[in-house]
Ligand binder design. Structure first.
Ligand code: ZN
Length: 325
């Protein structure tokens, strides 16, 4: 049995690896979890009573950064980025350090460390003076007032994540889409990441919880000629992935892909940022403004901006061979 003192000075017992134990919900913090998905848990630092000091803990036992898949690493950085912007926007702190320490035989996690002004009274260098800052926090910040601040901060982060859980980066949900722009597309579309030797694809919601994440969802392949066939993972079947076996549902996704073909291909070939396209699908950015963000040479930009719709854009992209690296 392992033992530690949590940030509220309470003894916490755990078995085996503390990171794995936390991932399995075998111990809890008084302020609860700020955000959790299939791969990560975001929470207050377990031991340090510092407001806004958060950790992103991977659920799998990871010692080194390269043990993450590309998707996991992207997701990790999205969580770090989003958490910092929430904390900054809510004026918890203006600047942060992000630390990923690879310790031998230890379950690693990322620290999101606020650079509070009081830390400067303890040390001139927050990285070198980290131990005295931690000692100070453990000695002087274990107060009811501070626990309340920590609770409030976690509550803020939690509610911001709840708003956005349905609409993460690179994920288009029916709930937020402007259907006059997107048309119908089922429930959720993920813009898939361009990987070497793979064909362009989008991923779509399989219809069950186990197929609701980007790396566990079925794909629809497409190319310059439009939507092609569904690509399944070996374990998928009618029970655990019903949408991928429903011809009506697939037709809806195919129609979405055909309608948005140039945008999806430009995302795939990294000429267009997926977040810009999501804003457009959300009805927040006009078509003309979206075209402005396409990464092409200045010589042909004026001609690009004459495109009024996706059909014209598609012809333009074919003419200038934009669907390739
Ligand atoms: Zn572990």
């Amino acid at each position: 049995m392992g033992k530690m003192l949590n940030y509220c000075n309470e003894e916490v017992m755990f078995e085996g690896c503390p990171g794995c134990s936390y991932a399995n919900h075998n111990f809890k913090l008084p302020c609860g979890i700020a955000y959790e998905n299939e791969n990560f848990i975001l929470s207050q630092d377990w031991e340090l009573p510092i407001q806004g000091f958060m950790i992103v803990s991977p659920k799998k036992h990871v010692e080194k950064l390269e043990e993450f898949t590309t998707l996991e690493r992207n997701e990790l950085f999205d969580i770090i980025n989003k958490t910092i912007s929430i904390l900054r926007n809510h004026k918890i702190c203006s600047h942060f350090n992000v630390v990923f320490a690879e310790k031998e035989n230890r379950h690693s996690h990322v620290w999101i460390m606020p650079r509070h002004s009081w830390m400067k009274d303890i040390t001139n260098n927050i990285i070198e003076g980290i131990a005295p800052i931690f000692e100070y926090a453990k000695s002087y910040l274990r107060t009811k007032e501070n626990y309340k601040k920590i609770n409030e901060t976690i509550q803020i982060v939690r509610s911001e994540y709840e708003v956005d859980t349905l609409f993460e980066m690179a994920k288009l949900t029916a709930k937020y889409a402007d259907k006059s722009i997107t048309g119908d597309f089922g429930d959720i579309i993920y813009f898939s990441v361009n990987q070497a030797f793979q064909k362009p694809k989008v991923k779509f919601y399989g219809g069950t919880k186990e197929t609701s994440y980007i790396d566990k969802s079925p794909s629809l392949l497409f190319d310059e000629n439009g939507a092609g066939k569904v690509e399944l993972k070996s374990w998928m079947n009618k029970e655990n992935c019903p949408n991928a076996f429903d011809s009506n549902y697939i037709q809806i996704v195919q129609e979405f892909v055909n309608r948005q073909l140039p945008l999806l291909l430009l995302i795939w070939f990294r000429k267009l940022d997926e977040t810009e396209v999501l804003e457009y699908f959300n009805g927040k950015v006009a078509y003309g403004c979206l075209l402005q963000t396409i990464k092409i040479s200045r010589k042909i930009k004026n001609e690009l901006l004459l495109c009024k719709n996706n059909q014209e854009l598609h012809r333009f992209c074919i003419k200038y061979k934009l669907y390739s690296f």
